[in-house]
Design a protein around this ligand. Structure first.
Ligand code: NAP
Length: 349
């Protein structure tokens, strides 16, 4: 490859929240990027990236490929040096049938890896897994510490957690069994709950909690805590995982410190209260949350987060990749501001 020709990176699911920031991170660092989308005619989902690439003078193109079929994947990886496999279903509610999330996650991951192995050009694949593949349904008491050595326990997992655990396990197995002649390097990034400013006007599943606090659609705050991580820092982790000589064969937890939802509410209330946003700062008792969850699918999803947080250690990513994160309060303020800027949250008076 001539020094003037940058490496091309395939980013799957370019229309998604995290993938969009990965595209941005790569363009800003001089890579040529190809994104996959399910439907190339839905340009409104990726127009913001096309505009950004033009502003930066970067190379960006899109190809159609679905996790549900083999079609398109060989074309997608052709000529790419790296693949960031980010696409996977991340629905806002628990699906009726777990196969709606498990099948695209597992089969789609194998489709991408098979195409990478057959390409003859892909040197490294970075797979976006999740802390849901590490800490879900573990037998230790809630509040225990978790590292990359842990794996979620399938029998106790929600469909989404199962999809991430099975997809990551399938990836490592596939990689272990590859003949030397077709081998590429594999790295896995395991983010916790990802929040951050939106690149386009569509609320993502993981930003919904911030929106509901700003919009006062939660009357009070459940005793939930999360390890939040900023989408911009998650994109950085993907690039570092792609570039670092230490990364191959490793999984990296990328998780900020735990924060209670009530503390999130206080940060948002301090910033946006004076601008007319009635952010709730009273505690919602568990019984009331449980009752409301019968009618509210997002609250039902959140029931699993009630109680003490699982402590997720990002020590390995910090030490080996040189990963850095910003404070949760900054992410929360930026997320809130972006919801307002995109017209997705308004003061309620
Ligand atoms: P997102 O905004 O919903 O993006 C998901 C992407 O996957 C979209 O581009 C979507 O395409 C694509 N996709 C879904 N099903 C597909 C299918 N069957 N075929 C092709 N593409 C499909 O979600 P996100 O938050 O960015 O999540 C991205 C990745 O990060 C996922 O692997 C998720 O599990 C992981 N993750 C997310 C979080 C979080 O808190 N957000 C935390 C840890 C890990 P369409 O636009 O066409 O729907």
């Amino acid at each position: 490859m001539s020094p003037t020709q940058p490496d091309t990176v395939l980013v799957t699911g370019a229309s998604g929240f995290i993938a969009g920031y990965c595209v941005e991170e790569l363009l800003r660092h001089g890579y040529a990027v190809r994104g996959t989308v399910r439907d190339v005619s839905r340009t409104e989902k990726v127009d913001h990236l096309t505009v950004l690439a033009a502003e930066l003078g970067g190379r960006l193109d899109f190809v159609a490929a679905s996790l549900d079929t083999d079609e398109g994947w060989a074309e997608a990886v052709a000529g790419c040096a790296y693949v960031l496999h980010v696409a996977s279903p991340n629905p806002p509610a628990v699906p009726r049938d777990e196969d709606e999330v498990v099948r695209p996650a597992v089969d789609g991951t194998l489709r991408v890896l098979r195409a990478a192995a057959a390409s003859g050009t892909v040197r490294r694949v970075v797979l976006t897994s999740s802390s849901s593949a590490i800490a879900a349904g573990r037998p230790e008491p809630k509040g225990s510490h978790h590292t990359e050595q842990d794996w979620s326990v399938l029998e106790n997992c929600s469909p989404y957690e199962k999809s991430k655990t099975l997809a990551e396990r399938a990836a490592w197995k596939f990689h272990d069994e590859l003949p030397e002649s077709r081998r590429f390097e594999l790295v896995v990034v395991n983010p916790s709950l990802v929040i951050g400013p939106l690149q386009r006007a569509e609320v993502t599943t993981s930003n919904e909690a911030v929106q509901r606090l700003l919009d006062h659609t939660l009357p009070a705050v459940p005793r939930i805590s999360w390890s939040l991580v900023d989408v911009r820092d998650v994109a950085l982790a993907h690039r570092l995982a792609m570039e670092s000589p230490k990364a191959p064969g490793n999984r990296y937890l990328c998780a900020g410190p735990d924060i209670w939802m009530l503390d999130m509410a206080h940060v948002l209330a301090a910033e946006f209260g004076p601008r007319g946003f009635r952010v709730p700062t009273r505690r919602l008792p568990y019984w009331a949350m449980w009752l409301a969850a019968r009618f509210d699918p997002t609250l039902r999803l959140a029931l699993g987060f009630v109680g003490n947080p699982d402590r997720l250690s990002s020590r390995k990513a910090i030490d080996e990749l040189g990963w850095t994160t910003r404070p949760a309060a900054e992410s929360l303020r930026d997320t809130g501001q972006s919801l307002i800027d995109h017209g997705l949250s308004r003061p309620r008076g």
